[in-house]
Ligand binder design. Structure first.
Ligand code: GTR
Length: 328
């Protein structure tokens, strides 16, 4: 009897110790990324996971799922907000319909260049965008470079807005982009990133728009060879985490998380510059025909109605828009 009691007691002790060990061992987070192996964001997210584990002594661990294997970007945004996924790298483009403050960056030609983006995001405007994201359950830990997006298509070089008339152009999921294509006289076709190659190839759409690295990594240049350097959008990207997960962390762990994210962002921005040049060279070698547009004012003028509609629909965002425009 005594022996049995001792046995029961030690079984309980072992179970308690095991249970304790399990409960203090943080669960492994899942991270979403849309890009393929070798892409700057992919390399930087892997670095983030590595730094997180090293800096926290294995307390915070992240398993990355790349190439959109865990779903499309709009779906993943919902997942991170709800906690089905913990971490992700999102473009502010598809976040715009959910976070009005973040949508301001999707106004065509709002940024002068990438350095302007960093000056804006490092200031009050960045704080306002972060606050908007937090209200929707996402904590932004760092900003990644998303380059400048330009039009490309399978028909002809786009030299003036008139060349877009009647063209079917794929856009990301955001009414602002549909409005932008309509303002040029084209037909917008919102569609997931993963479907664009096939749609260009089969003629479901005539064109799309993206930065050099994505135009190259997706192989879109093989099926839409005219790349017209309109640079109508410069959209930053966020490395973000579910707000509940973040808020449950100790201040020390939050600090580690932010440091790891900042380091990964520095790496991403460096790799981005290199990859942009390499991608441009690769698509040209692969047969892409690059059309430069030295004077973009006709495109800017044609896209003006997008601003007017946005400010009518979101009057409270006018100060944020002006803050960005007035940032030197
Ligand atoms: C890329 C961006 C992705 C995705 C994609 C698209 O430049 O990094 O997050 O938004 O464009 O066009 O869907």
């Amino acid at each position: 009897m005594k022996y049995l009691k001792m046995l029961a007691c030690s079984v309980v002790t072992i179970a308690l110790i095991a249970g304790f060990a399990v409960s203090t061992q943080a669960a492994e987070w899942k991270g979403w990324n849309i890009h393929v192996a070798g892409y700057p964001n992919t390399v930087a997210m892997d670095k983030f996971a590595e730094l997180l584990s090293a800096k926290s002594g294995g307390k915070m661990t992240l398993k990355m799922y790349h190439a959109g294997t865990l779903g499309s970007q709009p779906d993943a945004i919902e997942q991170v907000r709800l906690g089905g996924l913990e971490v992700a790298n999102f473009s502010l483009g598809p976040l715009g319909p959910i976070v009005p403050e973040a949508n301001v960056v999707s106004l065509p030609f709002i940024f002068k260049d990438t350095d302007h983006v960093w000056r804006v995001l490092d200031g009050k405007a960045g704080e306002m965008i972060n606050a908007g994201l937090a209200k929707k359950g996402l904590i932004s830990l760092a900003w990644y470079d998303g380059g400048a997006r330009s039009f490309y298509d399978s028909k002809k070089p786009i030299k003036t807005p008139a060349d877009v008339v009647g063209m079917k152009i794929r856009v990301m999921n955001n009414d602002l982009y549909s409005g932008m294509i309509k303002a040029l006289g084209g037909n917008p076709s919102p569609m997931a990133f993963s479907e664009v190659y096939q749609s260009l190839k089969t003629g479901v759409v005539d064109g799309a728009e993206n930065n050099w690295p994505s135009y190259e990594s997706t192989g879109h240049y093989e099926v839409a060879k005219y790349y017209s350097v309109s640079q109508h959008l410069i959209i930053p990207e966020t490395l973000c985490i579910n707000a509940d997960v973040y808020n449950a962390l100790s201040p020390e762990d939050q600090k580690i998380l932010k440091e790891a994210a900042q380091e990964s962002a520095l790496l991403q921005r460096k790799l981005w510059k290199e990859r942009s040049k390499a991608s441009e060279a690769k698509v040209i070698a692969g047969g892409a025909i690059v059309n430069t547009i030295p004077d973009k004012s006709a495109f800017q003028a044609a896209m003006k109605p997008v601003y007017e509609k946005f400010l009518t629909d979101n009057p409270s965002l006018r100060p944020l828009v002006e803050m960005i425009q007035n940032t030197p």
